[in-house]
Structures are given as structure tokens and as C-alpha cells.
Design a protein around this ligand. Structure first.
Ligand SMILES: [Ca+2]
Ligand SMILES: [Ca+2]
Ligand SMILES: [Ca+2]
Length: 167
């Protein structure tokens, strides 16, 4: 049985490996979702596993450990990773544009995550948004995202349906 610490260090490793991806790009493809959220490496993401991952992510972003993500904490964390990625763009004008565009989007995301509009994101709000994302990927609603759900998404795509989630 894997200890919590092992899970957390695995998650940290996953985060480092994915440091170049924008914060919430995870959401669109179920394959990417599994790759990013599968903490124990069994090729699927159970709801409990996903919730633990969200909790660790929340704790990591909550710098002053008051149990709330302020806008500064949320945007600052995102900006740090964004800088790394955007820094690779040669053209300074494009770099600036991309930074501004992405930061505007991050502000919008903050507003969406802060469901009760009190100016900060609680763990409950953070988990609620995560849960909605999880449910989009969990096509057969068995509280796990795995190859069955990818297959279902593929079938839908073949049938010509276009949705938020791709296989
Ligand atoms: Ca905080
Ligand atoms: Ca709030
Ligand atoms: Ca499922």
C-alpha cells in the first residue's frame, strides 16, 4: 500500500514534468487527464485519487497556508509557470501579448473558481470545480476515468459528436 508521502512525492514529480503546460490545459483530453492525474500509475484515475491530487495542488498554491487561495496566490503561481513557457518565445512583442492574454484568462478562471465571489478560493470551491471536470471525463459515471471512458469518447467522436472532452 502506497503511503500518502509517496503519493505526494509522485505528484510533485508529475508537476515538475508538466511545468511547461498551462495550469488547466489538463481538461480537454481524457488521455491527458489520466496522464496528469494518475498518481499510482495504474492507468486510471479514481475519484478519491483525483480529490487527493487536487488537495495537494491546493496546498501547494496556498503559500500563506490560511486555507484560502487569494487572487495573488492563484495568479502568482500561474504566472511563474507561464513565464517559463513564454520565455521560450523569441519575439518579445509576441511574448508580451501571450503573457497578457494568458493572465487575463487566469483572472477569469479565478472568478469562476471563486463561486461565492468572496475574493478567494476555498478548498471546497476548488474541489467542486475539479469534480465537474472529473465528471466530464468519467463518461460511464463509475467514479473512475480509464480506458473505457476514452473508448466512449472515441465512439462519440466517430459518431460526429463534438464535445468539451476529447479522447
Ligand atoms: Ca492563502
Ligand atoms: Ca470563495
Ligand atoms: Ca469511468
Amino acid at each position: 500500500m502506497m503511503t500518502r508521502m509517496t503519493l505526494i512525492s509522485r505528484l510533485m514529480a508529475a508537476h515538475l514534468g508538466l511545468a511547461l503546460l498551462p495550469a488547466m490545459a489538463a481538461s480537454h483530453s481524457s488521455t491527458t487527464f489520466i496522464a496528469e492525474q494518475d498518481l499510482n500509475g495504474d492507468g486510471k484515475v479514481l475519484l478519491a485519487e483525483f480529490k487527493l491530487g487536487r488537495q495537494v495542488e491546493f496546498t501547494r498554491m496556498d503559500f500563506n497556508a490560511d486555507g484560502q487561495l487569494s487572487e495573488a496566490e492563484y495568479l502568482g503561481e500561474f504566472e511563474g509557470r507561464l513565464m517559463q513557457r513564454v520565455g521560450k518565445m523569441a519575439d518579445p512583442e509576441k511574448r508580451k501579448e501571450e503573457l497578457q492574454r494568458q493572465m487575463r484568462q487566469a483572472k477569469v478562471r479565478f472568478g469562476v473558481l471563486d463561486a461565492d465571489k468572496n475574493g478567494s478560493i476555498s478548498l471546497e470551491e476548488f474541489q467542486a470545480t475539479g469534480l465537474r471536470m472529473f465528471k466530464l471525463h468519467d463518461r460511464n459515471q463509475d467514479n473512475g476515468v480509464d480506458e473505457v471512458d476514452i473508448k466512449l469518447a472515441e465512439d462519440e467522436r466517430k459518431a460526429g459528436k463534438t464535445g468539451f472532452v476529447s479522447p
